[in-house]
Design a binder for this molecule. Structure first.
Ligand SMILES: C[S@@+](CC[C@H](N)C(=O)[O-])C[C@H]1O[C@@H](n2cnc3c(N)ncnc32)[C@H](O)[C@@H]1O
Ligand code: SF4
Length: 471
């Protein structure tokens, strides 16, 4: 989830369909709001405040964040992928490394974060970077903040760039968790996707990864591919369940504008996957994994033996994250510049421009948007509901001590209807989707967000009402 972006898999495919236009900023796939933005100077001063709600400045020594690093290069363009990636003739890795280190240092200083709880190297194809780059970044982060000895450090690995010797070198450089892009176990599907590996090579990489990172190897698998049948998908999953480790991410193919697959589907050369077939695959996948003792802890993510990704979990819990590298996204309070509100930040997309900016300014932040209190609550709601735990009362209070979940949603007719349909639960623990509800999350979000806006605006005593215009 790397959310490329805050690790996220912030850019992971959404199995429950596309988010509506009003929710686009939560999908974060297309960082369009970065375009046309102005460069700005970033002062680094100090702010003071005591015990503020999460999302506002905190000077406590434990101010923490996760860190996402985006490596923007790939060997070849996959036919479905519109992530921020480039196919270079050659990469000046020493220059790239110096800029990644410099930007990490600048943003950590700016955030005044004292503790980095996890690091995620995503891409692009970060397994094409040298292990030396990985260790240089990790050393810089450890010099600037406390990184606990057991902090999760994940690297996304493509089968063709992840020979056993390289995986070993990544492990020596500090990586302790691997996410392998398997995508499919069918060679014809892999060719259609434009992947550079066969199913046998993917399985070989998975085996090496498990040997080197036992219990800490994840794999990405896609479904809903053109002409893929439910039976064929089930067979792939059954095969993988015999050789996978304790974590899987399942992504429904989304046909993205600007990709080769999208153009072929538009020309009618390739049948676009039928939504009901994809929905059936998602259902079958969830059931197979449940039977194999995997917990579905998020819309696309499954773990057993407690092997949840702590990096992605922190992201869905609305934690601060620092995004380093071309096109990376971040969300943190820039306390070092004297500001006290969390900001959504995006780095310059194109690597050469990004490097020039880092050399000139210490960072390549292209756009920053201070988040209003309501916007932050919306994010907490949308991200939290992606998880099986949902949004607990305690968690919500950290972001809004005044408006409870009961106040916000308890009396809403639409919410009562969703509860009656067995899709949503509001109880003493908090607000969350049922098993059935998680599969149709996107259709629940719009009414919930509308309701949040209504109830938030209606609270005449709500202390934050006057701050809304700041966003
Ligand atoms: C962008 S890739 C980066 C990791 C690595 N380069 C790879 O290809 O495995 C991260 C994951 O996003 C998923 N992904 C990318 N584009 C997607 C799309 N259009 N629809 C669904 N999933 C997608 C893939 O499963 C992929 O493993
Ligand atoms: S290797 Fe990964 S990041 Fe690169 S084009 Fe393919 S899916 Fe996208």
């Amino acid at each position: 989830m790397g959310r490329s972006s805050g690790g996220r898999k912030e850019w992971g495919g959404s199995p429950s369909g596309q988010l509506g236009a009003g929710l686009a900023r939560f999908g974060v796939r297309a960082p369009c709001w970065a375009r046309g933005a102005q460069r700005f100077a970033e002062g680094v001063g100090h702010a003071t405040r005591t015990e503020p709600p999460a999302g506002q400045a905190s000077n406590r020594a434990d101010a923490s964040a996760t860190l996402y690093l985006h490596w923007p290069f790939c060997e070849k363009r996959c036919s479905y992928c519109n992530f921020n990636k480039y196919i270079p003739r050659g990469v000046d890795e020493a220059a790239m490394r110096a800029c990644l280190v410099r930007e990490a240092q600048t943003l950590l200083r700016l955030s005044q974060v004292k503790r980095v709880t996890s690091v995620f190297f995503g891409g692009g194809t970060p397994s094409l970077a040298s292990p030396r780059t990985v260790s240089a970044v990790l050393e810089a982060v450890s010099r600037a903040a406390h990184v606990p000895a057991d902090a999760e450090v994940t690297l996304e690995a493509n089968p063709t760039s992840a020979a056993a010797s390289r995986l070993e070198a990544f492990r020596a450089s500090g990586v302790n968790r691997l996410s392998v892009g398997i995508q499919s176990l069918d060679d014809a599907e892999l060719r259609l996707l434009g992947r550079t590996h066969t199913a046998a090579e993917a399985l070989q990489t998975l085996e090496e990864a498990r040997r080197l990172f036992p219990g800490r190897t994840s794999l990405d698998l896609m479904f809903g591919l053109p002409e893929q049948s439910v039976a064929a998908w089930r067979r792939q999953l059954t095969h993988l369940l015999q050789c996978c480790d304790d974590h899987l991410s399942l992504y429904q193919l989304s046909l993205e504008r600007g990709t080769a697959l999208f153009r072929r589907a538009q020309r009618g050369v390739l049948p676009a996957p039928a939504p009901e077939v994809s929905a059936e695959m998602y259902r079958a996948g969830r059931e197979a994994l449940r039977e194999a003792n995997f917990r579905q802890y998020e819309v696309s993510n499954f773990a057993r033996n407690g092997a949840l990704s702590s990096h992605n979990w922190a992201y869905w819990q609305g934690g601060q994250y620092i995004g380093v590298g071309p096109g990376a996204h971040g969300r943190f309070v820039p306390q070092g510049a004297g500001r006290d509100r969390r900001e959504a930040r995006i780095q310059t997309l194109e690597p050469d421009n990004w490097m020039r900016e880092v050399l000139a300014f210490g960072h390549g932040t292209r756009k920053r948007v201070p988040l209003g209190e309501l916007e932050l609550l919306e994010e907490v709601l949308v991200l939290g509901l992606r998880t099986d735990v949902g949004v607990t009362h305690q968690h919500w209070r950290r972001f809004d001590p005044h408006l409870t979940l009961w106040d916000a949603f308890g009396a809403c007719e639409e919410v009562k209807q969703m509860q009656a349909q067995g899709l949503l639960i509001l109880d003493g623990r908090g607000l969350r989707c049922s098993w059935e509800g998680l599969a149709v999350l996107d259709s629940l979000l719009l009414p919930l967000l509308n309701q949040l806006q209504r109830s938030w605006g209606q609270g005449p005593d709500h202390p934050s009402v006057g701050l809304r215009s700041e966003a």
